[in-house]
Design a binder for this molecule. Structure first.
Ligand code: NAD
Length: 301
């Protein structure tokens, strides 16, 4: 069983610390707010008034804090964990922070001979309570292997992200997609309501199409990811259909800011001569807009 210093006992951290305790690990807990510390102490944790105190004798330190500067303060600030940490200990940051902040922490700890890995989580506080988080473990293979018995107490899905800093990068991509899609989904739902269509009927249809199933795993593997832009559904027609939805929404006074931005991207693709390419060529259009190389071989466009 492992002695774990757990710093940050909010919506996520408190249930995570609790789950580690339930699995028999020894918890040394700290939060700026004394309330969750007291609650965990009542359940058997050792309460600590600073990260430095929490880190005393710990084999692993886990941080679950809102932002990068807070993780930095907890580890490297005054009364931070590094003041007392055993050089053999492993630090696991499970917060969602900027990858560059995570890289800087990794380097700063490495310079002091301390092992640091990123292991951010997906899903919500309900999953933190149930111990069913999705965990994206950055770090080296050895670090992931060392952390796995603890991480398995916190989540039912553990993905080795493939190296230091990759967990937090994957996490941000996943959040970018799901958060932006939330807004696009809300636009579609409001248009649906304005048209008097039941949402469950729309969902029945969209469950069968890339609208819900996404493009990464449906349309793209068939074309653009194979380097083939021959049309299954043309950019010109996709542009026309987006325009139809925008016109309809205009008649109903429903704003569609996400859809309007997407239509302009299709307009740019057409202006670049992609009108008769497959709609998955929108990925190539984005690569060009970002100044990134095309991965579609010459002559197949
Ligand atoms: P929260 O605001 O509920 O909890 C953060 C806790 O950290 C608070 O209790 C606060 O008092 C404490 N804290 C802040 N600065 C501190 C410091 N310097 N030292 C000690 N304690 C400090 O936030 P949360 O929802 O638990 O989220 C934590 C992290 O997990 C965030 O990075 C968040 O983006 C990420 N996350 C949250 C969810 C979610 O559904 N809530 C899901 C996935 C990831």
């Amino acid at each position: 069983m492992t002695v774990v210093a757990f710093i940050g006992l909010g919506q996520m951290g408190a249930p995570m610390a609790r789950n580690l305790m339930r699995h028999g690990h020894t918890l040394r807990v700290h939060d700026l707010n004394p309330q969750p510390v007291a609650a965990l102490v009542a359940e058997g944790a050792h309460g600590c008034d600073s990260p430095a105190q929490a880190a005393q004798g710990a084999e692993v330190v886990i941080t679950m804090l809102p932002t990068g500067p807070q993780v930095h303060a907890a580890l490297l600030g005054e009364r931070g964990a590094l003041e007392t940490l055993d050089p053999q200990a492993l630090v696991i940051d499970m917060s969602t922070i900027l990858p560059t902040e995570s890289d800087a922490l990794c380097a700063a700890l490495a310079a002091r001979g301390i092992s640091f890995m990123d292991a951010p989580v997906g899903r919500t506080s309900d999953h933190a309570i149930a111990g069913t988080l999705l965990i994206l473990a950055g770090g080296s293979e050895a670090q992931v292997a060392r952390a796995t018995p603890l991480l398995r107490c916190l989540g039912d899905t553990l993905i080795a992200a493939g190296g230091p800093g990759r967990g937090i990068r994957l996490k941000l991509i996943n959040n970018y997609m799901s958060i932006a899609l939330n807004a696009l989904s809300a636009e579609a739902a409001v248009l649906c309501e304005a048209l008097g269509l039941p949402l469950d009927k729309a969902l029945e249809v969209m469950n069968l199409t890339p609208a819900v199933r996404g493009h990464f795993g449906t349309t793209w593997p068939q074309r653009v990811l194979k380097g083939d832009l021959s049309p299954t559904f043309m950019i010109d027609l996709a542009h026309k259909d987006l325009g139809l939805a925008l016109t309809l929404a205009g008649q109903l006074r429903v704003p569609l800011p996400m859809g309007a931005a997407a239509r302009e991207l299709y307009s740019q693709a057409r202006a670049q001569g992609r009108g008769r390419q497959d709609w998955s060529a929108i990925l190539e259009q984005m690569r060009a807009a970002a100044g990134r190389p095309s991965v579609v071989p010459e002559g197949t466009q």
